[in-house]
Ligand binder design. Structure first.
Ligand code: G6P
Ligand code: ZN
Length: 541
């Protein structure tokens, strides 16, 4: 074992989902090592512990995995379970952590951010429950990075991560496992595979865009090999270090190839895409895009149709900027609905405490307590299960849902890579003006409340402040503004827009038109376009 002297490197503060930086930053001397050592130190050391290690296959994934293994061995870890080729989707990693009752895991990914030497890399620690480290722990990890003086690493050749089975690295066992098998087996316990298989055999066609990222092997194994979907169902199915130049973010802007397929002649019955590390999903039907907030509501309403959820749900949770569509389902079904800040980590306590079964976010994330991450393929399979049982297509399911619950028109406008000072000043000014807003008339609506969202975790009592500025009108319409915590260049300002429609005659509008009044009101109040000089958002969901 060698102990290397180091010194703190500025800026190693985990964001919404772990530490994310340009790949070249992670390749700088000591950068990854400092952070990994800080993780081990912050959890009370690695001695005698077992961890899961894997990543989404992006550039630097393999090199980083070898470094983590050598450091785990030097820090006295007993065993590390690694996905073959150092690959694991984020939900599969969460499952392996739980299945093997390990002490946590290190996941290498920058999620939906592009990959490559000049793009993004990331790493995060998930705890023994399989979920992202809560804020208290990420704070401790960060604090440790600011005082670190040394890290431990053994001097050894690279471990063969391509051959399944056990080997030794120093005194540590390295178990290379099939990245897909256990995950696919779990899915088979949750969903009605025979019903989905029968629907597919009946001619139901699917297009799944894996965007050259990690879900390719998972989707091929499950949709094509186990459920009988035709070969070619999974598009861009081979994980590539640079995602083949794709931006693996499943939204209408970046998954435009899938959108074209689904809006074109002869579209399949169902389209879906997932992100770089497999935890996000987008659902599309022929000619109809399902907003993630609506998707959560549809899954909450129909989950009891899947074998893993026949008992019903304990409750649902959504992030604050996510629409209240799920709340309406929860109310009708008589179950609690929790609101949390953006970030999957906030759902962990609620799931561990048995308060909620399903969680979701407007950022294309849905999942349940089967793991402690959001899960892209899980959402796809839940949709397929519901459609197979109800014998309805995507458009019919949406129409029926709105008839029953009303429609929460919803959209998110992203202004990307704006100057950090401009973004910070905009938010600061907005925050300062909040007390004056209630009662004001804007574009024909009256502002009911305006605040900066603070979350009180009902399980551990922790408080998270400054989680997004909300302006709510007296008809329930609202907009929310917050800065993204996952970007790596400049600031991304997110404007979330929502309006409730209860008149069935108005369920068929284009969301941008239905929300035009709120969009204009948000500009009047926050002046995003005026202050950034942008004529409109870079991404609209
Ligand atoms: C990741 C997190 C999500 C979060 C999303 C957007 O996917 O896991 O929980 O909602 O990023 O976060 P941001 O801070 O960029 O809005
Ligand atoms: Zn992701």
């Amino acid at each position: 074992m060698t102990t290397t002297t180091t010194r703190p490197i500025a800026g190693q503060k985990p964001g919404t989902s772990g530490l994310r930086k340009k790949t070249r930053v992670f390749m700088e001397p000591h950068y990854l090592e400092n952070f990994v050592q800080a993780v081990f130190d912050a959890i009370g050391g690695a001695a005698g512990k077992t961890f899961v290690v894997g990543g989404d296959g992006r550039y630097h994934n393999d090199t980083a995995a070898q470094i983590i293994l050598r450091m785990a061995a030097a820090n006295g870890a007993a065993r590390v379970i690694v996905g073959q080729g150092a690959l694991l989707s984020t939900p599969a990693a969460s499952h392996l952590i739980r299945l093997n009752q390990t002490d946590g895991g290190l996941i290498m990914s920058a999620s939906h951010n592009p990959g490559g030497l000049d793009e993004d890399f990331g790493i995060k620690f998930n705890g023994p429950n399989g979920g992202p480290a809560p804020e208290g722990l990420t704070d401790r990890i960060y604090a440790r990075t600011t005082e670190i003086t040394q890290y431990h690493v053994i001097d050894a050749p690279d471990v063969d991560l391509h051959t399944i089975g056990d080997s030794r690295l120093g005194d540590m066992t390295v178990s290379v496992v099939d990245p897909v098998m256990d995950y696919a087996a779990l899915m088979e316990t949750l969903f009605d595979f025979p019903a989905i298989r029968a629907m597919i055999a009946d001619g139901f066609r699917i297009s799944f865009d894996a965007m050259n990222a990690i879900t390719g092997p998972y989707a091929t194994a499950i949709l094509q090999n186990r459920l009988g979907a035709a070969s070619g169902t999974v598009v861009h199915g081979t994980p590539l270090p640079d995602f083949g130049g794709m931006h693996p973010d499943p939204n209408p802007t970046w998954a435009h190839e899938l959108m074209d397929t689904m809006n074109g002649m002869g579209a399949p019955d169902f389209g879906a895409a997932s992100d770089g590390d497999g935890d996000r999903n987008m659902i599309v039907g022929p000619g109809i895009y399902v907003s993630p907030s609506d998707s959560l509501a549809v899954l909450a309403a129909g989950a009891h149709l899947a074998p893993g959820y026949t008992q019903g749900l304990a409750g649902v949770a959504r992030s604050m900027p996510t629409s209240a569509a799920a709340d309406r389902v929860a109310e009708k079904l008589g179950m609690p609905c929790y609101e949390t800040p953006t970030g999957w980590k906030f759902f962990g306590n609620l799931m561990d405490d048995g308060r909620v079964t399903l969680c979701g976010e407007e950022s294309f994330g849905t999942g349940s307590d089967h793991v402690r991450e959001k899960d892209g393929l899980w959402a796809v399979l839940m949709w397929l299960n519901i459609m197979a049982v109800r014998k309805m297509g995507v458009a019919d399911i949406m129409a029926d849902h709105w008839q029953t619950y009303g429609r929460n028109y919803y959209s998110r406008h992203d202004y990307e890579a704006i100057e950090t000072e401009v973004a910070n000043a905009l938010v600061a000014d907005l925050r300062a003006g909040l007390p004056d807003l209630p009662g004001q008339q804007v574009r024909g609506r009256t502002i009911a409340t305006a605040d900066d969202y603070t979350y009180h975790d009902p399980v551990d009592g922790s408080v998270s402040e400054h989680q997004g500025i909300r302006v709510i009108f007296d008809d329930g319409a609202r907009f929310v503004i917050r800065l993204s915590g996952t970007g790596t260049s400049g600031a991304t300002l997110r404007l979330y827009l929502e309006a409730l429609e209860l008149d069935p005659a108005n369920f068929d509008h284009d969301p941008q038109q239905a929300l035009a009044g709120i969009i204009a009101a948000a500009e009047d109040i926050a002046q995003i376009r005026a202050r950034t000089g942008r004529s409109g958002p870079d991404v609209t969901t």
